[in-house]
Ligand binder design. Sequence first.
Ligand SMILES: [Mg+2]
Length: 96
Amino acid sequence: MERWNGYQSAHKFWESRYFPDRDVISDFKRMLEEVEEAKQEASFFDGSPESRQALGEEMADIIISSLGVITQLGLDVEGLLEKKLTKTYTKYPVEQ
Ligand SMILES: [Mg+2]
């Protein structure tokens, strides 16, 4: 999980450098655009290396744009992930 805070710090710097006027709403719009791009790639997905690469890049764009929203809101990405995963795994435990 440590990497997430590193990604978030790097992303915060990158956004302040290239998109200093971006706000939460514009980051949400960007995230939705990336979801649409991923859906488009998924509709063409055929399992080939090229297709996997293209869809993977769009999935990464979704994560990156989510980081933008989370960073804009001043939230801790690692804390959010840990709490949500714990909550989900508690609600839906794996049967053994
Ligand atoms: Mg994209």
